[in-house]
Write a protein of this length. Structure first.
Length: 394
């Protein structure tokens, strides 16, 4: 039996109706109901969806407002009982094992994690910035200070969990590994296996920014690998990295990620340590096309992460706190075959509720397991305390 849903104008499956057969429906993109007889008029619904497929109905065509989600096989004779009275303006299909489905499934409420730097000398001034998960018991956090860009490694006794307090086990001053570097602000970060990609900026360095790479295989002695990217034209406030079939892709966001440079590596694998990156193309907010976007908003992203689903399709998540103090993770599909203006398409967004001072204001990060389709997002607070706060959405 084919997958479908049928919307009815009236309760108990009566009145005008609209049926969507989902066999060839483009996934992830919002489909408007404006041209149907049930636009803003949904009172009951029947459906049959295979596997873990979901259909999301939206109150507004830009994905705002209330949502109504269906999965499996079922029916609802009165959607009013679920606070979804006559307000379906659009819908979207989320495919089995897709990254957009994993993104949609991330909860909006946070688990609160704590870590301590007891007994470890930390740089003074500045703030924490990016965050990335190295393994089930280890996180990496970047930061700025009065004099140096840095990152540090936090380890939990058994596994990352709220019941225990993580401990800083290593601080790496990036400048110490690159003679002459005067940057004092590290960027949003991402890990590719044990390889950390991190940008450094500000601090009076002759380069506007520098992107460097560290091998964290030995947590007690991370070492720089590869060739740094010296950037004269833009800052490097956010860095994302992902393995593709023929090369490694790197995304480097400038100020608020209004300009994003995409680089490709000279080798398919960078765990050998002998690699460099060359500029592939540059996306600019000032020249973007928002055609097909869920909305026209591009946030001031302090963190950018790249992800790849099992069929090779590429996505980017941007982390930001808006002017109203709301924390948002925004999902973009990335098509490197399109011209720069069209290569990003905003396909979803998630308003999360951070706690205890953590936020996406200074960046966020995520980790995705394509095998299990599990996506976890992180946020960190700005300042170091006796016990500092991390939020986890999983």
């Amino acid at each position: 039996m084919y997958d479908f849903f049928t919307i009815y104008e009236d309760k108990s499956f009566k009145g005008k109706q609209f049926t969507a057969s989902l066999g060839g429906t483009p996934s992830e993109l919002i489909q408007s109901l404006k041209s149907t007889q049930v636009h803003d008029n949904m009172s009951s619904v029947k459906w049959s969806l295979s596997g873990s497929r979901k259909v999301v109905f939206y109150e507004d065509t830009d994905g705002n407002g209330r949502q109504y989600v269906i999965s499996g096989v079922g029916s609802d004779s009165d959607t009013h009982d679920n606070n979804f009275k006559d307000c379906a303006s659009a819908w979207r299909l989320l495919e089995n094992n897709s990254f957009p489905l994993s993104f949609f499934n991330v909860p909006t409420s946070a688990q609160v994690l704590k870590f301590s730097h007891n007994g470890v000398s930390m740089p003074s001034g500045g703030h924490m910035q990016g965050i990335a998960q190295l393994d089930s018991r280890t996180l990496v956090i970047s930061g700025s200070s009065d004099s140096k860009a840095y990152f540090f490694i936090v380890e939990w006794p058994v596994v990352i969990r709220p019941a225990e307090v993580g401990q800083v086990i290593k601080v790496v001053h990036i400048n110490d590994h690159f003679p002459g570097m005067r940057h004092n602000h590290a960027s949003g970060i991402q890990l590719l296996g044990n390889i950390l990609a991190v940008g450094a900026e500000q601090g009076g360095d002759p380069n506007k920014s520098t992107v460097v790479f560290f091998d964290l295989t030995n947590r007690s002695n991370p070492v720089p690998v590869g060739t740094p990217i010296f950037r004269q034209h833009e800052t490097a406030g956010a860095v994302g990295i992902i393995q593709l079939s023929n090369y490694v892709l790197l995304a480097v966001g400038g100020w608020d990620s209004n300009v994003i440079d995409f680089y490709c590596s000279n080798t398919p694998y960078i765990n050998s340590g002998n690699f460099r990156f060359d500029l592939l193309k540059t996306w600019r907010k000032s020249q973007m096309s928002a055609t097909g976007w869920i909305d026209g908003n591009f946030g001031a992203y302090q963190g950018l992460n790249l992800f790849r689903q099992s069929n090779g399709k590429l996505y980017m998540v941007g982390f930001n706190r808006n002017s109203s103090g709301q924390d948002w993770a925004d999902l973009y599909s990335v098509d490197l075959n399109l011209s720069a203006a069209y290569m990003l398409k905003k396909v979803d967004k998630k308003h999360v509720y951070c706690q205890d001072g953590a936020s996406f204001r200074y960046g966020g990060g995520g980790i995705f397991s394509s095998g299990s389709s599990d996506l976890t997002l992180y946020a960190v607070e700005a300042d170091l305390h006796t016990q500092s706060t991390i939020n986890r959405f999983t």
